[in-house]
Design a protein around this ligand. Sequence first.
Ligand code: 2F8
Ligand code: CA
Length: 267
Amino acid sequence: MEEDNKYVDPESIYTNIDDYKNQPSVHERSCQDTKLQKRGYEAASEGRQACSGNPAAVCLGLLCVLLLAVIIGLGIKHDSGRDQLQRGYDNMTKERDRLLDINNNLTLERDQLQSSYDNLTMERDAIQQKLVTPLFTVFLFEERCFKGWKKFGSSYYYFSNGRKNWAESRQYCREMGADLVIINSREEQELIKEANIYTWIGLSDAQTEGNWKWVDGSRLTTVYWRKGEPNDAHKDEDCAVYLNEVVSLNTWNDIPCSYEAGWICEL
Ligand code: 2F8
Ligand code: CA
């Protein structure tokens, strides 16, 4: 601090006396400063002129503004395009759900119609049977056409010689006013022992897998399935045969309805 207050001779900072002598006087320095300031103002004024008057700079500025406007415009357009797509997607989703509903309803209706159709078919068959059977019975007795038919209890049985698939076998029986045999007693099961090795009986689960029904629509009362049957082997065994190759009474097996086998009609 003390050193700051010491007087310093301005001339002592020049080590060379010539340097000192060549220094401008205070007045000259003041004039030089004034000139420098003046030049500074002039330069600044030239600069301002350049800024306000240069057309290239103006154009560049305008271009920037234009570019900014284009970018903002594109942004807005992009947003509205995305909203439009989203609306389209929402509408499609609603439409898909509506169509799915319609499809479900139609499936339900189809199933109901199918079930009604099956019931009507069964009713028609029963009525047909009621009408045809008495006529055929009369024919059998009056014309003495017992050949091939065997009487047991209140029924007559026909044992085929040939082979047909299940549907054709049934058709054969129905054309004579009978149907494939329905086994609902042990006596009937024993009676059939004289059948061919593979013989169709009037039993199938073609309508609903695993739901075995006799051709008159009734359910099973006594069952004589072989051990391990019915097994729907290869997923296509919907008709039952009497498999006459075992000593046991349990002879039934499910096999594909398209197989050719003998058959038994019951009237
Ligand atoms: O092993 C039982 C199985 O035997 C055969 O299939 C290999 C029978 N198929 C025919 O007789 C056509 C199946 O029905 C039976 O379950
Ligand atoms: Ca089987």
